[in-house]
Each structure stands twice: as C-alpha cells, then as structure tokens.
Design a protein around this ligand. Structure first.
Ligand code: HEM
Length: 419
C-alpha cells in the first residue's frame, strides 16, 4: 500500500516538474521574443545587430516562440544538414534573385549547372579584361559611382566586350532600380525600366555572339526564356554589381583608417572587413528533419567567441585557432561565387586605391554600418588632401535616418524577417 502511494507520489512529482519546466520555457520564449521584436522595431539597428546587442556571446540556442535562435557558429555547423536549395525563405538574395534555385521550381538543377558553367568562365575572364576604375574627385556619396563602374565591368565579364551606350542606357537603370529597392531607397519597382532591362538582355541572348558567356552551353538554351534572362540578368549582372559594390565600398571605408593592412596583408584585411560588415543580416530555415525552424544573425556569428569582437584587427586571422568566418555561408547554400566575388572586388578595390595620389576621407558625420542607409559618404581626392577634408559633413542625415528606419521595418515585414 505504502509502496503504491510513493510511486504515485513520484509520478506526480515528475509530472509537475515537467509541467513547470514547460511553463518556464514558454515564459522565457515569450519574454525573449517580445524583447527581440520590440528592440528590432524601435531601434535604428538591423535585426541582426539587435540580436548581437541582446544575446552577445551566449552559446547554443535561444528558444523563441516560433523558432530557435542559433547564437554561435559551432552550434550552427553541428545542426543536422539541410539538403534543400534556396527557397522563398532565404532572404539573403531576395528580392533580386526571386527565381534562382527555388525549391518549388523544378528547373533549379539546370539553373545551378548553368551557374557553375558561367562562374568558371568568368573567373578566367577577370583580369584579362581591362576597365577604368578611377573614382571622380569629390566629397559626396560614392556608392553609385562604384556601382556604375562595376555594372559596366559585369557586362564585360558576361559579353566579353564593353556595352554600347544604347545597351548600357537600357540595362543600367534596371540594375539601379533593383539596388534602390534592396537598399530601401524606394519601395516599388519601376516596371517600365525593368521591362527594358529584360528586353535588352533577351536581345543579347538571342544574338548569341561567340563571346557570350553561354554561347556553347547547351543546358542554357534548353531552359525557358524567363530562366535564360534571369540567369544572365539576375544571377550574374545584378548579383556581381550589387554584392561587389557593397564589398568594395566597405573595403574603401576601412582602408581610410587601415591602409597599411590592405597593402601588407590583403586577405586578412578582406576577411576582417567581411567579419565586421557581412553582406547578409539574417539567415532563416524552415523546420526540417524533425528540427524546429531557426534563425541566426551573421553579425552575432562573426563576433561571438572573438576577443574584442567589435575592433578591426587583421592579426586575429594569424592566430592558430579561431572561430570561422561565416560571411560566405556554411551549408548547401554556401556562396558558390566566393572566388569570383573575391577576385572581382579585389581587382576593383586595388585599381581604385592604386591610382596615383589616391586618398579617401569619410564624412565627419558618417558612421560606417553594415548597410548603407546614407550611401557611402566620403571625400575622394588625388594628391594633397585639403585641410578641411576631415571637417566635411554630408547633409540631410536626419531625413535619411528616418527613411532608413521606415524602410528597415518594411523590410522586416515583407521579407518575413523574425517571423
Ligand atoms: C561579394 C560578396 C558576396 C558575399 C559576401 C556573398 C555571400 C553569400 C551568402 C552568405 C550566401 C548564402 C545565403 C544563405 O544561406 O541564405 C550566398 C549565396 C549565394 N551567392 Fe553569394 N555572396 C557574394 C557575392 C556573390 C556573387 C558575385 C554571386 C554571383 C555571381 C553570388 C551568388 C550566390 C548564389 C547563386 C547563392 C545561392 C546559393 C545556393 O543556394 O545554391 N554571390 N552568397
């Protein structure tokens, strides 16, 4: 009799323990989710930076209400492998690669093969093609100057010749429109401009010049028209232009303070730039393999576990043991164009800074951030630096900050960030 009631007692104790654990986990998830959403909503920081500020060097997972937050690269790389290619929940490349490798679309394997084909040829072409990478002397926003130079170069990489004025005038506004949406300088696409971009690329594909990237690629011509255009226009022209512009601008800003590091240990300086300014903010995966869905912040992954994580220090890459650089991705979705992107960005960056007498001075009221809410405000010059170069400030900062705040929130909503 006594033994039965004691086993009942143990059973009830276990039950209550489990119940109170569940209640505790639910309360904690609710609390963390609330803190994260509220902070991401009210501050000017991107959600990825907010995550780093709130959870810092914490290890493992934080249980949020609808998914887990993965806090460090070790936990991330130990997760069961996800074999799904890019899907609509991958926000890194949206909205400018809307059709690339979507898992709902059967053509993703063809697209991937075509991408590898083009990738290999472009890697060979980089360096064989000469281009002018001299920035104009001026104080102001240099983001669009770099963007325009790289957009011409990306055309050359794909077609092995510079664009004619007519071609460029029909393609460039489309590229600009896409990047302005990505950067949230505007919120709706200009359909007419996009249509011109599409039509011009289609015309070039149909010309099928012997130097066209996919001239001898049968798989490319087996794809439907929309995929052919998207491969050229989005996967190559747009991605090279948008991603490499951001990387080059980040390097130029860092170079203004650490020129010697870029001269003496370029690879470390590039890694360190990408560690502090990864081009992606968040990664998300839907539930798979019995796992809860998860979210992770690249800003946190790249700083968690490093000494003085917010400081720029090339020497840290010489240490025998250190956390990995996560900026190129980590699983099946790891960037397939790392070599291409590194080589293009390195070539453009070095050609800019190696111009005789080049100097750069960021505006006195400019903060270097991962995104470019105010553009890339810097004074570019050659030869002797004017005495007032350090005092120059750009205008309309408050207006830009407000626009950025609004656009970041729209971005959180329309890209399902944090949901
Ligand atoms: C310039 C620096 C670049 C960085 C830092 C970068 C980084 C990344 C990252 C982090 C991912 C993974 C996204 C995720 O897991 O959600 C990714 C994927 C991808 N990147 Fe890049 N990228 C860069 C440039 C480029 C360029 C120039 C191209 C094209 C020529 C490119 C093509 C792609 C593609 C196609 C994927 C999707 C891969 C897949 O899911 O199979 N990237 N990139």
């Amino acid at each position: 009799m006594l033994s039965i009631s004691s086993s009942h007692f143990e059973k009830y104790t276990m039950y209550f323990k489990k119940l109170s654990m569940n209640v505790l986990v639910s309360v904690q998830s609710f609390y963390y989710t609330l803190v994260l959403y509220l902070s991401a909503f009210v501050t000017l920081m991107t959600p990825g930076t907010v995550i780093w500020k709130i959870f810092g060097n914490r290890k493992g997972k934080v249980h949020l209400m609808s998914r887990d937050l993965i806090c460090d690269s070790e936990t991330l790389t130990k997760l069961p492998k996800c074999s799904k290619p890019l899907d609509q929940f991958t926000n890194a490349l949206c909205p400018f690669l809307p059709t690339f490798l979507l898992d709902s679309d059967n053509s993703w394997k063809q697209r991937r093969n075509v991408f590898s084909f083009g990738n290999d040829i472009i890697i060979e072409r980089i360096g064989q093609i000469s281009a002018d990478f001299r920035l104009t002397s001026k104080p102001g926003n240099i983001l669009w100057d770099v963007f325009e130079m790289i957009s011409r170069y990306s055309f050359q990489l794909v077609f092995n010749r510079p664009p004619t004025n007519e071609e460029f005038n029909r393609i460039y506004p489309g590229l600009l429109d896409i990047n302005r949406i990505i950067k949230r300088f505007t919120s709706t696409p200009d359909v007419k401009i996009r249509q011109n971009f599409y039509d011009e690329v289609l015309k070039l594909i149909q010309d099928n010049d012997k130097d066209f990237l996919f001239h001898s690629c049968e798989t490319f011509f087996q794809m439907e028209e929309i995929h052919q255009v998207s491969s050229v226009a989005e996967d190559f022209l747009t991605t090279i232009t948008v991603q490499c512009t951001d990387l080059v601008c980040h390097m130029l800003l860092v170079y203004s303070e650490h020129a010697d590091d870029f001269q003496n240990q370029f690879d470390n300086a590039l890694n360190e730039t990408l560690r502090l300014y990864p081009l992606t903010d968040l990664w998300m995966r839907q539930p798979y393999g019995g796992q809860r869905g998860w979210i992770t912040s690249l800003v946190q992954l790249n700083r968690n576990g490093w000494a003085q994580p917010d400081a720029f220090s090339c020497e840290r890459w010489n240490l025998p043991k250190h956390p990995p650089l996560m900026s190129w991705g980590f699983d099946i979705r790891r960037c397939p164009a790392q070599k291409l992107a590194t080589n293009v960005s390195k070539l453009v960056f070095q050609a800019i800074v190696n111009q005789e007498g080049f100097w750069i001075e960021p505006a006195a009221n400019f903060q270097h951030e991962r995104t470019f809410p105010y553009g890339c405000q810097a004074w570019i010059g050659y030869g002797e630096k004017p005495k007032n170069a350090r005092q120059w400030k750009f205008e309309n900062k408050l207006r830009m900050q407000l626009r950025r705040w609004l656009c970041e929130k729209l971005r959180m909503i329309d890209q399902n960030e944090l949901n």
